[in-house]
Design a protein around this ligand. Structure first.
Ligand code: FEO
Length: 404
């Protein structure tokens, strides 16, 4: 890859990561992910903003671009660490070996983490909220934005050019052949939109109040470009990604999309036998429904659709007196991401004794979900009466959502 010129003397140095691994060891990235770092060259000093994990040869890719920009041992003065998570710092030791005198600037909370993760203490300095750094005609300011994505996170803003280096915030999954939003064709932009939603739901959703707080705090900055560490640089329409994040964060407490996520699992097909009635009930009110079978659908994709949807219908049988384990696992993931307040309905089969509903009720209480109707539970296979109830109750859930 070649460095990308953002504005005069400001560059992106990026690595495209493939799809062999899971992001954070849990989330699939079938279309890969970008690791973006940035170089700002002033007349007196040069700064590198964020580094990479040496993943898929990323360090070599970045180093070659730094060579191309003539960022050599004696020319890199500052290394800005916006966020400590290893996808942005994994190669920190190697970077420090390459630039032994570099000054590392980070938030106060990142200082002990840099020591704990990498045993690096030399030349590490904490910056204060709002502190500036003059590189010579290029002034960086630092803005503490805790919990976007972890407590030590900050963002860096280039005052003269209005560029916000936002690290995880405003990021997306996916690899892109171009650097800027305005270089994407319509199909790729649609894909980026979807991968932004999945990235947000998987990585950021549980921190949504902090996202809204951070965006509010940044309102005083004149943002001409948003340069995240995952995804593309938003050059033509930076407000698009900021507004999208506001919307995604607002799904925490609503409003959400008038859609229904149907998460279902079945052992022998008896719970599955109600599926058509449930789907028909929702669709009879004209609402979109996302049908997500588990464990066949990875929780990454389930969470993406549940996060945006006002309705959550769960189909699962009882298994050993409790919820069917694949469904239980997904509900645990939803709980960790604070999927609260949805309108919900459950259906499912039991054989020798029930038990799933009792455990589901605990989930409903903990997540403050609103049950719109009694669950449709049945022994063995469903009767026609069960199917009729399923249709009517799913329709009622959809009607309530439609009327919101
Ligand atoms: Fe891209 Fe929270 O790391």
């Amino acid at each position: 890859m070649k460095p990308d010129l953002l504005t005069d003397h400001v560059y992106r140095v990026a690595a495209k990561i493939g799809n062999r691994d899971l992001f954070e060891g849990i989330w699939p990235i079938p279309d890969g992910v970008m690791l973006n770092s940035y170089v700002v060259k002033g007349s007196e000093a040069t700064a590198l903003i964020d580094v990479v994990k040496d993943w898929d040869g990323a360090l070599d890719v970045i180093n070659k671009q730094l060579d191309e920009l003539s960022v050599t041992t004696n020319t890199l003065d500052f290394l800005i660490i916006n966020h400590m998570e290893p996808d942005h710092t994994g190669a920190l030791r190697e970077v420090v070996e390459r630039y032994p005198d570099v000054q590392i600037l980070c938030s106060p909370k990142a200082v002990p983490l840099i020591k704990a993760f990498y045993r690096i203490e030399k030349n590490v300095q904490a910056v204060a909220d709002g502190q500036t750094l003059d590189l010579g005609g290029k002034t960086l300011s630092f803005h503490l934005t805790p919990n976007i994505h972890w407590p030590e996170t900050m963002m860096t803003y280039l005052q003269e050019d209005g560029i916000l280096f936002s690290c995880d915030a405003f990021g997306s999954f996916g690899r892109y052949d171009v650097c800027f939003d305005d270089e994407l064709d319509e199909a790729t932009m649609a894909h980026l939109h979807s991968e932004t939603e999945r990235y947000y739901a998987n990585i950021v959703s549980s921190f949504s109040p902090f996202v809204l707080r951070g965006i509010e705090k940044l309102k005083g900055l004149k943002i001409a470009m948003v340069a995240p560490s995952h995804g593309v640089v938003w050059r033509s329409h930076p407000e698009t990604i900021i507004d999208h994040y506001v919307r995604l964060a607002s799904y925490l407490n609503g409003p959400r999309e008038k859609e229904v996520a149907l998460v279902w699992s079945s052992m022998y097909g008896n719970t599955q036998a109600l599926l058509d009635s449930i789907i028909a009930g929702v669709e009879s009110e004209g609402l979109p429904i996302h049908v997500l079978q588990v464990p066949q659908t990875h929780e990454s994709f389930v969470l993406e659709k549940v996060w945006r949807s006002e309705g959550l219908i769960v189909g699962m049988p009882t298994y050993e007196y409790k919820m069917f384990p694949p469904a239980y696992h997904v509900l645990d993931i939803l709980a960790r991401s604070h999927v609260k307040g949805r309108k919900t309905l459950r259906f499912g089969s039991y054989g020798w004794s029930g038990g799933a509903q009792k455990q589901y009720d605990e989930f409903v209480d903990a997540m403050k979900l609103e049950c719109v109707a009694e669950a449709i539970e049945f022994q063995g296979s469903p009767s026609q009466e069960d199917k009729d109830k399923a249709f009517a109750r799913a329709k009622e859930l959809a009607r309530i959502i439609k009327a919101m």
